[in-house]
Design a protein around this ligand. Structure first.
Ligand SMILES: Cc1ncc(COP(=O)(O)O)c(C=O)c1O
Length: 374
């Protein structure tokens, strides 16, 4: 059997990783400033994470949601406390798309409505509901194309009253658009969404899959706007590589047996991974570090010629180049041995471990300066 060929691949196989460093099979060392799409939050193979996962695997790796899994309770308590949402409820999933899928479903169950408002350049995942609210027709199959979704221009306040109505079940928005090119949702925009949702009863979902979990310097990037969504969705950095996602659900939304469900979501190993991540985020003050390193990077990047704009918050950074991003990304990887991401045709995307230090930032800044001069 052959693999279903949907991913263009770099000819690199990684065999070892530690912190922000990864090593290929041929011995080449790389600096990882992308974390496999924002997944590596506390650093690769963090010793606390490895110890906890190993211990858990020796005890019990999996059982389904038909028995008590105390790691889930521990995670709900810790996540509520660290994120600043202790009164919210937690539903555990396996991925970002699945988290959004469940949040949309819950909004629809709660309101009895079908319509959803999403935004231009949004990316919410590839499963049926998540892809329907994603603004990219090329990945929407005919079966996922629904008339229930309206797209409104991101960050535009004008027209929100017309598009969000008493028929709207949910408004879904990223606090910082990732795939859309690191576009930060403005405070007036997020506050206007909150107000309009309150007026109409629509449920406000903040997709925090990429911008959450401390990456912005706050646990959730919408906390800069001082709003409280009805639901937040998470995944990526939550398990530092072990698949786990979650929906944080406001107290007014009530659970009932059978309303949502999953076989794998919240299993023993997944909860151990997520609990270890939250331990390290707190112990190593990674949100503070994300702010410090992010501010430093953004300040220094602003002075490099060949850069049109620097966007983002904390360690979620978009560098809009004057030239196409492809050759720059390739040179960073092949000549300077640095993994970065991209978004669109001109934006380089940095999503490093929240534990990165200034020496790493300086190595990147020097390499990028040389690349843009070449
Ligand atoms: C904002 C956002 N939402 C949802 C998803 C989908 O997550 P997953 O690939 O885990 O399904 C992504 C993935 O890139 C994302 O960036």
């Amino acid at each position: 059997m052959k693999l279903f060929d949907v991913y263009p691949l770099y000819p690199i196989e990684l065999v070892k990783a530690q912190g922000s460093t990864v090593w290929a099979k041929d011995g080449q060392e790389y600096l990882d400033l992308y974390g496999g799409h924002a997944v590596i939050s506390i650093g690769h193979s963090h010793p606390h994470y490895v110890a906890k996962m190993t211990e858990q695997l020796h005890n019990i790796g999996f059982y389904s949601n038909s028995i008590i899994i105390s790691g889930q309770e521990e995670l709900a308590e810790k996540l509520g406390r660290v994120s600043g949402y202790p009164s919210y409820q937690l539903f555990l999933t396996n991925s970002g798309a699945e988290s959004n899928e469940n949040a949309l479903k819950l909004a629809s169950f709660h309101t009895g409505r079908k319509k959803v408002v999403a935004f231009t350049k949004a990316f919410h995942g590839r499963t049926a509901g998540a892809v329907a609210v994603t603004d990219n027709p090329s990945i929407v199959a005919p079966i996922n194309d629904t008339s229930h979704v309206s797209f409104h221009p991101f960050n535009q306040l004008e027209g929100l009253e017309q598009v969000i109505t008493e028929e709207t079940a949910a408004v879904i928005v990223e606090g910082i658009q990732g795939v859309g090119g690191i576009q930060v949702a403005s405070t007036p925009f997020l506050q206007a969404l909150r107000t309009r949702c309150d007026e109409t009863g629509a449920q406000l979902i903040l997709d925090s899959v990429q911008c959450g979990y401390g990456r912005s310097g706050k646990f959730f990037s919408h906390q800069f706007a001082d709003i409280h969504p009805d639901m937040m969705t998470t995944a990526k950095g939550m398990g530092n590589g072990f698949p786990i996602g979650g929906v944080l659900i406001a107290p007014h939304i009530q659970a009932s047996y059978g309303l949502l469900g999953t076989t794998f979501g919240g299993n023993h190993l997944a909860c151990t991974a997520a609990n270890a991540v939250l331990d390290i985020i707190q112990e190593e003050k990674l949100m503070e570090n994300a702010t410090k390193q992010g501010d430093y990077l953004m300040r220094e990047l602003a002075g490099i010629s060949g850069i049109k704009e620097v966007r983002g918050r904390g360690l979620m950074i978009g560098i809009e180049l004057e030239s196409p991003v492809g050759p720059v990304r390739d040179a960073l990887l092949n000549t300077h041995h640095i993994f970065c991401g991209y978004a669109g045709k001109h934006t380089l995307r940095l999503l490093p471990s929240l534990g990165m230090d200034q020496a790493i930032a300086d190595r990147f800044l020097e390499s990028l300066t040389k690349t843009l001069k070449a």
